[in-house]
Design a protein around this ligand. Structure first.
Ligand code: 9MR
Ligand code: 9MR
Length: 576
C-alpha cells in the first residue's frame, strides 16, 4: 500500500514536473554579491534532497540540504529552496540538484552592473524620431521612426483654435511598448520613475554612462534619456488652454514592421484629466530636477514649471474628463483602436500632481488637495494608480508635516512584503497573492522592489534591501517560468518579445535591455494566435512574438527595473 501510494505520488509528481518543463533549478541567472543572501528554487523531486555548487569546470565547492518542499500559492508547483548564502568565494559557478543544473552564474562585485545599464539603454532603443546610429545601437542600428512633425488634431480634440485636421508637430519621445504609439498617461509614470531614480541616487547616476548620443554633455545619462521623452511631452499640451492630449497615435496598430516603414496618419486625441494631471506632476518634478542644471539647460526648469501650472489650472476647470475610447469612437471618426489607458478614477492623479506641485513650489494651496486624498490606499504604483508616486515625493522632500505619516504607511507595507517571503515557495516577495500576476506583472515585482528600497532609505534596515533583492532574483530567473525576463540576459532568456523592431529587424537576438511583461493569467491574447502551455497565475507566460499579454515590453515596466537594479548596485556595499 505504502509502495503504491509512493508510486501514485511519483506519477502525480511527474505530471507536475512535466508541467514545469522549465528545468528544475530556477534562479537568478546573472549573479550574487559575495556576502549577500543567495538562494535558488528547485522544483521538488522526492528523490533529491541535496544540492551542490560546482565551479564552471565541474569541481564541487559547496554542498547543502534543500529545504522542505513548499506548495506554491500561485500554481500547482511544489518547490524547495537551495540556500548557499554561506558560500562566499567569488567566481563562476553552477548549481546542481539531482540531474538538473543551472547555467553559469557569478559570485562577486557589481554583478548587476551590466543589466542595470542595459535596462536604461533600453529606452534609447525606444526613441521615436531619430535614427539609432551604429555607434550607440550596434547591431540594432536603424533609421528614424515616425517623424511626428505632421500630426492631425483628431475630431475628439478639436477646439476653435485648433479645429479637426489642424497639423501640429509632436516629434520625439519613446515608443510606448511593442507598438508605435505614444501615450501621456503611461509616459507620466515612466518619466517620473526615472526622475525619481535620479533623485534618490544622484551620486551613483552622475557616474553612470550608457553610450547614448548625449553622453558626456555634463548631464547624467539617465536625465539625458528622460529629457527625450520630456521634450515630447511638452508638445502634447494645447498652448491655447493648458490641457494635454491623451496620446499621439495611429488610428489602428501598425503591423509587425520596422518603425520607419509605417506611414499611417498620426493623431492627437481628446484632452483628458488623467493625462493632464500626470503631465502636471511630471513637469513639476522635472522643474525640481532640471533646476539643478541651470547652465546646461537654461530655462528648462522654468518652462516645465509654467507648463505644470497651466496643466493644473486646466484640470481644476476640467476635473472630470475621462478618456473613454469606446464612447469617443461612437462620436468621432476615424475610430481609434490603439491602447486606451483609460482610467475613470483620478483621485490618485490629483494626489500625485498636488504632491509634486507642492514639492516644487511649497505653496499651501496644494496642501489642501494633498489632504483631500491623503488617506487613500497605498499600493505599488501602476499607470492607473499613481498615489505612491506622490507619497514617495513627499518623503523625498522630507516634508515635516507629511513625512511621518507616509513613513508609517510605506514601512508598514514593506513589513508586509518582508514577512511574506517565508510563505512564498520561491522565497521572493513577488507573488504574495495571485493577484500580483496581472498584465505586466514583472513591473509589479519591480515596483514592490522600489517600495522596499524606499523603506530601506527611511530606516537603514537591511531586511528591506534583502527583500528587494529577492525580487531582483525573481526577475532574473528565480520564478516559476525559469526565464530571465530581461532581453539579452540569462542562460534561459526571452527571445521573442512582442516588440515590433525585435520581430522585424532580421536579427536573431531581440533588442537588448527590455523587460518582458511576465506571467499574466488573463491571457487576453489567447484568441489572437497565442497558445499557453501553462495557465496558472505564476506560469501563464509564453515567449512568443504573438503574446502581447505576457511577453510585450513597455516603458512603464522598464523604468522600475532601471530604478531597482541600479538602486541595488548603488547600495551593494551594504552587504560587505
Ligand atoms: O501590438 C499591440 C500591442 O502593443 C497591444 O498591447 C495589444 C493590446 O492592445 O494589441 C496589440 O495588437 C494586437 C491587436 O490588439 C489585436 N490584433 C493583433 C495585434 C498584434 O498582435
Ligand atoms: O499595461 C497595460 C495593461 O495594464 C492593460 O491591461 C492593457 C490593456 O488595456 O494595456 C496595457 O498597455 C498596453 C497599451 O495599451 C498599448 N501599448 C502596449 C501596452 C503594454 O501591453
Amino acid at each position: 500500500m505504502k509502495n503504491m501510494m509512493r508510486k501514485m505520488f511519483v506519477v502525480a509528481f511527474s505530471l507536475v514536473v512535466c508541467l514545469a518543463t522549465y528545468g528544475q533549478v530556477e534562479m537568478n541567472q546573472l549573479g550574487f554579491y559575495d556576502k549577500a543572501p543567495k538562494k535558488a528554487a528547485v522544483i521538488a523531486n522526492p528523490d533529491v534532497k541535496e544540492f551542490k555548487i560546482v565551479t564552471a569546470g565541474g569541481e564541487e565547492v559547496f554542498k547543502g540540504q534543500l529545504s522542505e518542499p513548499m506548495p506554491s500559492k500561485n500554481s500547482s508547483l511544489t518547490v524547495c529552496q537551495a540556500d548557499f548564502t554561506n558560500f562566499t568565494t567569488p567566481g563562476e559557478y553552477r548549481l546542481v540538484a539531482g540531474n538538473q543544473e543551472s547555467g553559469v552564474f557569478t559570485i562577486g562585485d557589481n554583478v548587476f552592473s551590466d543589466v542595470a545599464k542595459a535596462v536604461l539603454k533600453g529606452f534609447y532603443y525606444q526613441r521615436v524620431s531619430e535614427p539609432l546610429e551604429e555607434e550607440h545601437a550596434g547591431r540594432w542600428a536603424r533609421p528614424a521612426g515616425h517623424p511626428d512633425t505632421q500630426v492631425e488634431i483628431h475630431p475628439s480634440a478639436a477646439t476653435p483654435q485648433r479645429p479637426a485636421g489642424t497639423i501640429i508637430s509632436s516629434p520625439g519621445g519613446w515608443y510606448d511598448a511593442g507598438d508605435y504609439n505614444k501615450y501621456i498617461v503611461n509616459s507620466g509614470i515612466t518619466t517620473a520613475t526615472l526622475l525619481s531614480a535620479y533623485e534618490d541616487f544622484p551620486q551613483y547616476y552622475q557616474q553612470l554612462t550608457v553610450n547614448i548620443p548625449e553622453s558626456g554633455n555634463g548631464i547624467p545619462d539617465i536625465l539625458n534619456e528622460t529629457l527625450c521623452n520630456l521634450r515630447w511631452m511638452l508638445t502634447m499640451q494645447d498652448p491655447n488652454d493648458g490641457g494635454v492630449y491623451h496620446k499621439c497615435t495611429n488610428a489602428g496598430f501598425d503591423g509587425m514592421v520596422m518603425p520607419d516603414v509605417t506611414k499611417d496618419t498620426r493623431y492627437v486625441v481628446q484632452k483628458g484629466t488623467a493625462a493632464t494631471l500626470d503631465f502636471a506632476a511630471v513637469m513639476a518634478q522635472a522643474a525640481r530636477v532640471f533646476g539643478q542644471f541651470p547652465n546646461e539647460l537654461p530655462g528648462l526648469a522654468d518652462s516645465c514649471m509654467v507648463a505644470a501650472k497651466y496643466a493644473w489650472d486646466w484640470a481644476l476647470q476640467n476635473p472630470n474628463i475621462m478618456y473613454n475610447q469606446f464612447a469617443m469612437n461612437r462620436e468621432f471618426k476615424p475610430e481609434v483602436f490603439t491602447g486606451a489607458y483609460g482610467d475613470n478614477n483620478v483621485d490618485d492623479e490629483w494626489f500625485w500632481a498636488a504632491s509634486e506641485m507642492y514639492a516644487a513650489t511649497s505653496e499651501p494651496v496644494y496642501k489642501i488637495k494633498i489632504s483631500e486624498y491623503i488617506n487613500d490606499s497605498l499600493r505599488v504604483p501602476s499607470w492607473d494608480y499613481v498615489y505612491a508616486l506622490g507619497a514617495y515625493t513627499l518623503l523625498r522632500i522630507n516634508d515635516p508635516e507629511f513625512a511621518p505619516f507616509f513613513t508609517e504607511k510605506v514601512v508598514g507595507m514593506a513589513d508586509g512584503f518582508v514577512n511574506s517571503v517565508s510563505t512564498n515557495a520561491f522565497g521572493v516577495v513577488m507573488g504574495q497573492k495571485p493577484s500580483d500576476f496581472v498584465w505586466g506583472s514583472n513591473s509589479e515585482a519591480a515596483n514592490q522592489g522600489i517600495l522596499l528600497i524606499n523603506a530601506y532609505r527611511l530606516t537603514n534596515d537591511m531586511k528591506y534591501l534583502d527583500a528587494a533583492l529577492t525580487n531582483v532574483d525573481y526577475l532574473l530567473g528565480r520564478n516559476a517560468t525559469g526565464y530571465c525576463f530581461v532581453t539579452g540576459f540569462g542562460s534561459k532568456r526571452v527571445m521573442f518579445p512582442h516588440h515590433r523592431p525585435s520581430a522585424a529587424d532580421g536579427i536573431d537576438d531581440p533588442v537588448p535591455g527590455l523587460l518582458s511583461g511576465g506571467p499574466n493569467p488573463g491571457m487576453q491574447d489567447r484568441n489572437d494566435g497565442c497558445n499557453y502551455v501553462f495557465t496558472e497565475p505564476e506560469t501563464a507566460f509564453v515567449d512568443v512574438t504573438a503574446s502581447y499579454a505576457s511577453n510585450e515590453i513597455a516603458i512603464n515596466w522598464n523604468a522600475p527595473v532601471v530604478y531597482l537594479f541600479n538602486a541595488i548596485e548603488a547600495e551593494q556595499a551594504n552587504w560587505k
